[in-house]
Write a protein that binds this ligand. Structure first.
Ligand SMILES: *[C@@H]1O[C@H](CO)[C@@H](O)[C@H](O)[C@H]1NC(C)=O
Ligand SMILES: *[C@@H]1O[C@H](CO)[C@@H](O)[C@H](O)[C@H]1NC(C)=O
Length: 989
């Protein structure tokens, strides 16, 4: 063998390598733009894999996702990577591409600050969109080189501070969009130097209260002026009338005062004016009549007075919102000629006279709400002429006469509130059966006749209120066909006959109020089917027979009034099981011994008027003769047996616990020789011994149902939270744990605490989380500093945590049920941003059958937050999280712990607030540490309370989804007034 032969494979290999290298470097003749883009790719994390098409083997990047090139020169001109879940810092190197004009990275998770140096690379851009990311810090200064910039969108981030002076110097800027940030300087007058602007959108920022620049009229090209919820004070400048191109004027949700200037008549092109929720006073200017393009006009919730100018009523508006002002005088008759009108919402004013006779005749009227004015006369016949009317609310006026016959054909109606008007006569039978109606309120009028059996056709009916009228006859059996029926109030009428048997089988019925009628006959045992019943009032009728013990099994029944009837027999012991907050069986013919549960002076007024009831010690009831000895003996035996079982199981439990302790006694380091396994979820450099050595009582920062939490300072300087899970005894590691933890580790969301890694070996499991500076919401809220947590912060925390939970429920696959939502599991960052912690942990832990309360909490939630259904189904799902979240909302508004002895016996915060709501005293439950809340804050609190009460509804299905909760909270935060309109207020209740 010669030497050459020996070396040749090596040489061949070299040659091959060289050849391959040359081949690839020639093949990857990717141009410079492409190479810049590849560097950009390396800076961004891309969970959706959008960069898969960014192939370094191409010549140009023109074929790559999100990249557009000049068709002739193949130079990159636009990068559009909106809404792709990208994270990382602002990738300024994109602007190294000299031909780049458009850079759009909106709706991603890009974060941290943007420096002047970063942005200065981008001076050639025409279009820059960084909106809806998580950038923070001050807005970057733009140097005067930005001569070409036309569109700048930095909205929806966390930018704070002032709008820099350089923002007044863009020579060509057309759209400036800075809304939805945390900008907290004043609104600078220099913005009016940007005379090319067609859109100025700076709403939803917590600016220092400041007026709209006086010279706003200089922006003559402006089409969109959006400064909603931006702490505007002072008057609307006179110069506003010069904005002849303006299409949208939105200054809603501010603190503007003074009157609407007459000059507003100069907005020749305006289609929408939103001035609701300010403190505007004075009259509606007559010049509004000049606005021929105007379609939507909303000045609700101000202090406007005077009349509705006839000139203005002639315009063809689509939507008119004037509610909650002090407007008076007639509603102009000419409104009936408007061919465009769809929504007319003017409740809570002092309008008088009649509704225009032609209202609804010439347009597709959808919503009419004139509640609580001084309107009178007959109802106009044409409201539903086009069969589009969905919402009809005229409650609280002085309308009289009969309900027009034409309304009985209005099959489009969904929500009808006619109550509290002196309307007379019979209701036409087809009106009862309108097929889409959900909510029918005919209360407190002078109506007569029967409820027609045609009501069976109202398939969607859920709320029926006919109370306070002269209705008579039997309740029709066809009511029972209405599957959705949840609330029936037929109190104070002249109904008679028996309770229809089928009615007692309606499983969805929640409230039934028949007080003050002439019903008779017995209550059948089939009432046991009323599984949803919450409130039952049969008082003041002629019911007889015995009270069915089956009532005592209705788990949700908390209001029971059977007083003023002719019931006989004894009070069933079973009623003592009910979670009653109201109970009355007085004035019947009941006899026998008062059940133990009611043998209390607090119930005396609920029992009187039954001459044969007796009690061993409740005076003035007579004492009972000879109690049944045999029965008592039987009870005694049963109790003894139960006690014995309990004692035995506790001993067993203690024994097990003791054994566990012995097992866990040895120190951590030398615990077992089996190696640790580490699953990392984020890039971070930590060593297991750094983590293990932090597990020391000196570093303990918390202890909860699932384990103890320690603070660990890593060598690199970073601080993390280390959670050691409680485990019972020795458990073999199973793949289930790993799979579960991996699911949790993959979750990335700004409102969810980051799980950094997991360490485990057979008998010990440790989770490492990002450290949250301000600790838990529970500790802060109920600690000495709770008062410093102002309402806006709390609302922000509510929104943030809802956002995190909504993500877990709706955006994770498979959905993650938290199982232990509570204030202690909401952690707060340095800026008090909320993050949900400890989600899904309960599932990782072994089930415990006994122990103290905190250990139980790892299984089913924490005391005070546990949904009532847990008591009987033991199934935990999203709806139980919603319940717990509702409790937390109550905690945020009231500042109280969920369980507090001051609520009274057997009352938790839910019951306490519910009772306050029932007695109309909701504003008395606000945290007393809020010093003089503003009317806006009060309204927000009320809305949050209403939402919380919905969330804590005893019926899981009537709790809203987390997504809906989030939406409502955001509305409360940003459109509190709309929320009042759409969510909790009277007209759309
Ligand atoms: C662009 O990509 C498609 C497939 O993704 C390919 O068929 C086409 O040849 C590519 N065009 C260029 C110019 O690279
Ligand atoms: C700029 O604003 C106008 C007026 O609101 C709007 O129609 C247009 O779509 C905006 N352009 C961009 C690029 O956002």
């Amino acid at each position: 063998m010669d030497r050459h032969w020996l070396l040749s494979p090596f040489n061949h290999f070299h040659l091959l390598f060289l050849f391959l290298y040359l081949f690839f470097s020639l093949a990857t003749s990717l141009n410079r733009d492409g190479q810049i883009l590849l560097r950009l790719r390396a800076c961004l994390s891309d969970p959706n894999g959008v960069f898969a098409s960014w192939d370094g083997a191409n010549d140009t990047p023109c074929n790559w996702t999100g990249i557009s090139c000049n068709p002739i020169t193949s130079a990159v001109e636009a990068i559009n990577l909106d809404n792709l879940n990208l994270s990382g810092d602002f990738p300024a190197m994109a602007c190294q591409i000299p031909t780049l004009k458009n850079l759009s990275l909106g709706d991603n998770n890009l974060g941290n600050g943007i420096s002047q140096r970063d942005i200065s690379l981008c001076f050639r851009l025409h279009y820059l969109n960084l909106g809806y990311n998580i950038f923070s810090g001050p807005l970057p200064e733009f140097l005067p080189e930005f001569a070409e910039l036309r569109w700048l969108n930095l909205s929806g981030c966390n930018f704070s501070g002032d709008i820099p002076a350089s923002f007044g110097q863009f020579p060509r800027l057309q759209n400036l969009t800075l809304g939805n940030n945390l900008l907290n300087g004043t609104i600078p007058p220099f913005l009016t130097n940007l005379t090319d602007l067609i859109a100025l959108e700076i709403g939803y920022n917590p600016f220092t209260p400041s007026p709209l620049p006086l010279e706003i009229g200089k922006l003559e090209k402006l089409q969109n002026l959006w400064v909603a919820t931006a702490n505007l004070i002072g008057k609307i400048p006179e110069s506003i009338g010069k904005l002849g191109s303006l299409a949208n004027l939105d200054l809603s949700g501010n603190m503007l005062t003074g009157s609407i200037p007459e000059s507003i008549g100069g907005l020749k092109s305006v289609t929408q004016i939103e001035l609701y929720d300010n403190q505007l006073s004075g009259f509606l200017p007559v010049s509004l009549g000049n606005l021929k393009s105007l379609k939507n006009f909303d000045v609700s919730f101000n202090n406007l007075s005077g009349k509705w100018p006839e000139e203005f009523a002639r315009n063809s508006l689509v939507s008119i919102n004037l509610y909650m002002n002090n407007l008076e005088g007639p509603i102009p008759e000419v409104l009936g000629l408007n061919t465009e009108l769809e929504n007319l919402v003017i409740y809570d004013n002092k309008f008088s006279g009649q509704l225009p006779a032609n209202l609804g005749r010439n347009s597709n009227l959808v919503m009419l709400d004139v509640a609580r004015n001084l309107l009178e006369g007959n109802l106009p016949p044409y409201l539903c002429r086009r069969n589009k009317l969905e919402i009809l609310t005229i409650t609280g006026n002085k309308f009289s006469g009969q309900l027009p016959e034409s309304y009985s054909h209005c099959t489009s109606l969904i929500r009808v509130r006619i109550g509290d008007n002196p309307i007379t006569g019979n209701i036409p039978s087809s009106f009862w059966g309108l097929p889409r109606v959900l909510f029918l309120d005919l209360s407190n009028m002078k109506l007569e006749g029967p409820i027609s059996s045609d009501i069976a056709k109202a398939r969607n009916l859920s709320h029926l209120n006919v109370s306070g009228n002269g209705f008579s006859g039997n309740l029709p059996e066809s009511l029972c066909l209405l599957r959705e029926l949840a609330k029936v109030d037929a109190g104070t009428n002249s109904f008679s006959g028996p309770l229809p048997y089928c009615l007692t089988q309606m499983r969805n019925l929640q409230r039934l109020n028949l007080t003050g009628n002439r019903f008779s006959g017995e209550i059948p045992a089939s009432v046991g089917s009323w599984v949803s019943m919450v409130m039952l009032d049969l008082s003041n009728n002629s019911f007889s027979g015995s009270i069915p013990p089956e009532l005592g099994y209705l788990l949700l029944l908390n209001y029971l009034d059977l007083s003023l009837n002719s019931f006989t027999g004894s009070i069933p012991e079973e009623l003592g099981n009910l979670p009653l907050r109201f109970f009355n069986v007085s004035y019947n013919n009941l006899s026998g011994k008062v059940p133990k549960a009611f043998d209390d002076t607090g119930f005396l007024h609920s029992l009187i008027g039954n001459s044969h009831l007796c009690s061993p010690d409740l005076k003035p009831l007579p004492t009972c003769k000879r109690p049944g000895n045999i029965k008592q003996l039987w009870y005694l035996t049963a109790i003894l047996v139960i006690l014995a079982i309990l004692a035995f199981s506790c001993v067993l439990c203690l024994y097990r616990k003791y054994r566990v302790r012995i097992h866990q006694r040895p120190g951590l380091q030398n615990h077992s020789s089996s190696p640790w396994r580490i699953i990392p979820f984020h890039r971070l450099s930590l060593k297991e011994d750094e983590i293990l050595s932090s597990i020391d009582e000196a570093n303990l920062i918390g202890s909860g149902g699932s384990g103890k939490v320690y603070k660990a300072r890593l060598k690199c300087g970073e601080i993390v939270a280390v959670k050691r899970l409680f485990l019972t005894g020795k458990q073999d590691f199973d793949g289930g744990f790993q799979a579960e933890v991996e699911t949790l580790g993959k979750i990335r969301h700004k409102n969810i605490v980051k799980l950094l890694c997991c360490l485990f070996k057979s008998d010990m499991k440790i989770l490492v989380y990002e450290y949250m500076e301000n600790g838990s919401l529970g500790a802060l809220l109920h600690g000495s500093k709770g008062g410093e947590l102002g309402w806006e912060k709390r609302l922000e925390i509510a929104v943030g945590s809802a956002c995190g939970l909504a993500y877990l429920h709706h955006d994770c696959e498979p959905a993650v049920v938290h199982r232990d939502v509570k204030a202690n599991n909401i952690l707060l960052g340095g800026d008090y941003s909320a993050r949900v912690a400890d989600f899904g942990l309960a599932k990782l832990l072994p089930r415990r059958s006994c122990g103290d309360g905190s250990e139980m909490s790892s299984v089913a939630g924490s005391y005070g937050y546990i949904a009532p259904e847990y008591g009987y189904t033991l199934k935990v799902n999203e709806k139980s999280d919603i319940y717990s979240f509702g409790v937390m909302l109550l905690e945020l508004v009231t500042g109280r712990q969920p369980i507090d002895s001051s609520f009274g016996e057997n009352r938790d915060v839910v019951k306490w607030v519910n009772d306050a709501a029932c007695s109309g005293a909701l504003d008395e439950v606000h945290d007393s540490r809020f010093t003089s809340p503003t009317p806006l804050q009060k309204m927000q609190m009320e809305n949050v309370l209403s939402l919380a009460l919905l969330c804590t509804s005893p019926v899981p299905n009537s709790r809203p989804s987390m997504r809906r909760v989030l939406q409502v909270l955001k509305d409360v935060q940003w459109h509190p007034f709309n929320t009042a309109k759409g969510f909790s207020s009277h007209n759309i209740s």
